[in-house]
Structures are given as structure tokens and as C-alpha cells.
Design a protein around this ligand. Structure first.
Ligand SMILES: C[S@@+](CC[C@H](N)C(=O)[O-])C[C@H]1O[C@@H](n2cnc3c(N)ncnc32)[C@H](O)[C@@H]1O
Length: 262
């Protein structure tokens, strides 16, 4: 027996395999996070029409009806992927095939890929709905849109950025730390609204100095989807945290600070 054979034998195939798996899972988690990061940065340029080569108002000339259908299908694909894969029952089913430590990273990767597909294949509908004449108002709207994106990013860190995007799970797995059960939290902004991340997206999508039909379609459908997403997410949160979440809903508004119902 060579020295290497002896070492492998003494570690045991299970442990050796699992060590390699832990490391591969960690690298996979980092790769999925990087794809997510590129996607969200691209999303800012795409929606605001800044820097990136393909924006919400550029792309192949397509007849309006065809463009609407393609864009609706792209948004529907993202919505179905994003909602179905986030449900507890789906997670219970697919973690029979996908190892639990990389479940969140895989979800993040699929969501990012379906968004990249949307950015790539999105058809412009360039007719103008509004175009503000005042330079001051235009600057205010661009600033508001940036503020929306900042709200999105800050809120992910407030609730737990690294857990939300799967890095926490693969790191814990790598160092052999047990995954902690989800905890109900209402830190900082979550004391004013229950969904600051979604509020940030709504602000970022609607605050545009020039609103085209394509941008309006995107803002309207994603806003409607956010309301559906909130209903599904809150159903799961009540299942998970029971009365704590029910009382939170009574106390704190959904999206508009200081207004209990919405
Ligand atoms: C993309 S985050 C969105 C969080 C929130 N809806 C928002 O807009 O800021 C979705 C994840 O956050 C979790 N979550 C939402 N509110 C929470 C809370 N108050 N405490 C703990 N987890 C929460 C959900 O279970 C879900 O896994």
C-alpha cells in the first residue's frame, strides 16, 4: 500500500468525499453569489438606462404586440421560477436531489439566470408615456431611483445579506457548523415596513424622468408580482413564526411607513 493509499484509507472514503464536497459546495456558492452580484448591478443599468450595453429601452426592433408578449413571457418565467422555488413544499421536494447546503445558492443562481435572460431578450417599446421637462424634477427622480436601489441593498444587509444569497449556508457547511433554524427578526427599517427590499424595488422601477411604454410595462408587472410575492411570503412567514408574525402584521405596515394596511 502506498503512503497515499494509506492516508485515504485511514481518513475513510466518506470523510474524504464529504471534505471535497464541502469545498466544491463552497466554490459553487461563491460562483452563484458572483453571478447574482453581476445580475443585480446590471439590473440597475438596465432599468435606469445607464452604462450597460442593453437597457430596458434598447434592443431588436419588434412589432409592439410581439414585444409585449415576449416581455410578459420573460417576466412570467422569472415570477414562476422565483416564487415556486421559494416555497417550503418545493424546497422539501427538491432537497431530495439538491444537497441542502447549496439549496439557497442554486435558487439564487436560477433566479439570476432567468433575470439575465430577461435583460438579454427584452424588447423595447419606445413610445413615451411621460418625459419630465424640468431638469430639477428629472434629477430628483434619478436620485429617488438610486435611493430605491440603496434601500434594496441596505435592507438585504439589515435582514441578513449573506444568508439571503446562500453564502452563509455554504460557509457554515465548509467549517462544519450546524445550520441555524430561521429566526423572526424586525431590525431597523423592518420596524417601519415589513418589506423594505420590495419597497426599494418599487421606488427604483417607477422613479424615471422618461417613462417609455416598455419601462411602464416592466414597472407595472413587477409591482403586481411583488404584491403576489408578498402574499405568498407572508403565508410562509405565518406558518414559520405563527403569532409573532401575525402580531407584526397588525403592528407594522406592508410597504408604506406609518400606514397600517398597506
Ligand atoms: C428577499 S427577502 C425579502 C424580505 C422582505 N420581504 C423585504 O422585502 O425586505 C425574502 C426572505 O426574507 C425572509 N423574511 C422576510 N421577513 C422576515 C422577517 N421579519 N424575519 C425573518 N425573515 C424574514 C423570508 O422568509 C424570505 O426567506
Amino acid at each position: 500500500m502506498t503512503q497515499l493509499d494509506h492516508q485515504i484509507h485511514s481518513i475513510g472514503p466518506e470523510v474524504a468525499g464529504s471534505r471535497i464536497f464541502k469545498f466544491i459546495a463552497f466554490l459553487y456558492g461563491i460562483a452563484a453569489y458572483l453571478v447574482f452580484f453581476v445580475t443585480i448591478v446590471y439590473a440597475i443599468g438596465f432599468v435606469m438606462g445607464l452604462v450597460v450595453p442593453k437597457t430596458i429601452d434598447t434592443g431588436a426592433d419588434t412589432p409592439a404586440a410581439e414585444a409585449v408578449i415576449i416581455n410578459l413571457l420573460l417576466m412570467a418565467l422569472f415570477a414562476v421560477q422565483h416564487s415556486v422555488m421559494a416555497r417550503q413544499r418545493f424546497k422539501a421536494w427538491w432537497t431530495q436531489f439538491v444537497p441542502k447546503p447549496v439549496e439557497r445558492s442554486t435558487y439564487v443562481l436560477f433566479a439570476s439566470l432567468s433575470l439575465l435572460l430577461l435583460f438579454w431578450q427584452w424588447r423595447p417599446l419606445p413610445s413615451i408615456v411621460w418625459d419630465v421637462a424640468s431638469a430639477d424634477l428629472a434629477v430628483t427622480l434619478v436620485t429617488l431611483s438610486f435611493a430605491g436601489w440603496i434601500l434594496v441593498f441596505t435592507s438585504t444587509f439589515i435582514i441578513n445579506h449573506f444568508e439571503l444569497f446562500g453564502l452563509h449556508q455554504v460557509t457554515n457547511h465548509l467549517v462544519g457548523k450546524q445550520a441555524e433554524p430561521p429566526r423572526f427578526k424586525t431590525p431597523l427599517l423592518y420596524k417601519f415596513v415589513r418589506h423594505p427590499i420590495y419597497l426599494g424595488f418599487i421606488i427604483a422601477f417607477w422613479a424615471a424622468p422618461t417613462m417609455t411604454v416598455g419601462h411602464l410595462l416592466f414597472a407595472a408587472v413587477t409591482t403586481a408580482y411583488i404584491f403576489v410575492g408578498i402574499a405568498l411570503e407572508e403565508h410562509d412567514l405565518v406558518d414559520l413564526f405563527g403569532d409573532d408574525y401575525r402580531q407584526y402584521k397588525q403592528r407594522v405596515s406592508m410597504l408604506i411607513p406609518w400606514r397600517r394596511s398597506v
